[in-house]
Design a protein around this ligand. Structure first.
Ligand code: 13P
Length: 251
């Protein structure tokens, strides 16, 4: 029924280099390459070298990047330092926004710097529970989308991905229903189409994705993939999620 899926695992602050290597190898052995299926994992910076080039079926991304090219920025990593180590990079994850106080302006600069360095940014956005309960979901995600993507143009659109991650669904076990997710994805789709006509920017869903709900989520028309946290840390659960994507692509 469907075209293409990106199934991504955000490993957050879990996994040493050795553990990451073991997990990538286990994952690679647990699913078959299928046309239209892209699998990406986002290990911590310190594990990127350990997973480099392990298996072409498992693409690699970084969880963060700074926007300056170099300089006195203790603890930060420049886009060009990721060359050869990461193909994708997360920008604006809600944990970066909330715990590390990244603003929409910071996220926009990171996204631009990532594109300039040839990385594929995955722009994360989503609302808090009070925002959802006060019907502010769509205005929140619109603001985040517009702020981050205002400067993107032409062929750059081919490298951009968006991940809708309602904050109330992250790490809580409380997943958005497929209908709730689809509603926001549809809204984002129309807005992205207005920004980038003739492109289908992939829109992933994230927030308590598990093997039990991945098929229903991916069955929604405007859900082009998943960004999985906790359930991506074990080969068994992550490969079950990946295989729900393969199943839909084959059907
Ligand atoms: P969980 O799947 O653990 O809810 O995390 C989602 C997430 O933040 C992915 O980026």
């Amino acid at each position: 029924m469907k075209r293409e899926f990106v199934i991504a695992g955000n490993w957050k602050m879990y996994k040493t280099g050795a553990e990451a290597r073991e997990l990538v190898l286990a994952l690679a052995g647990s699913f078959a390459a299928v046309r239209g299926l892209t699998v990406v994992v986002f290990p911590p910076f310190t594990a990127l070298e350990s997973v480099r080039g392990l298996d072409p079926k498992v693409r690699i991304g970084a969880q963060n990047v700074f926007y300056e090219e170099q300089g006195a920025f203790t603890g930060e990593v420049a886009p060009r330092m990721l060359a050869g180590l990461a193909e994708y990079v997360l920008v604006g994850h809600s944990e970066r926004r909330q715990v590390f106080h990244e603003s929409d302006a910071d996220v926009a600069r990171k996204l631009r710097a990532a594109l300039a360095a040839g990385l594929k940014p995955v722009l994360c956005l989503g609302e808090t529970l009070p925002e959802r309960e006060s019907n502010a979901t769509l205005s929140k995600v619109d603001g985040q989308l517009d702020a981050a993507l205002a400067g993107v143009s032409g062929p750059e659109w081919g490298s951009v991905l968006v991940a809708y991650e309602p904050i109330w669904a992250i790490g809580t076990g409380r997943t958005a229903t497929p209908q709730q997710a689809q509603e926001v994805h549809r809204h984002l789709r129309l807005r992205l189409e207005a920004m980038a006509p003739s492109r289908r920017v992939p829109i992933l869903y994230g927030g308590s994705v598990k093997p039990e709900n991945s098929l229903d989520l991916l069955s929604q028309e405007d859900i082009d993939g998943l960004l999985v946290g906790g359930a991506s840390l074990k080969a068994e659960s992550f490969s079950a999620i990946i295989n729900s994507g393969s199943q839909l692509l084959r059907s």
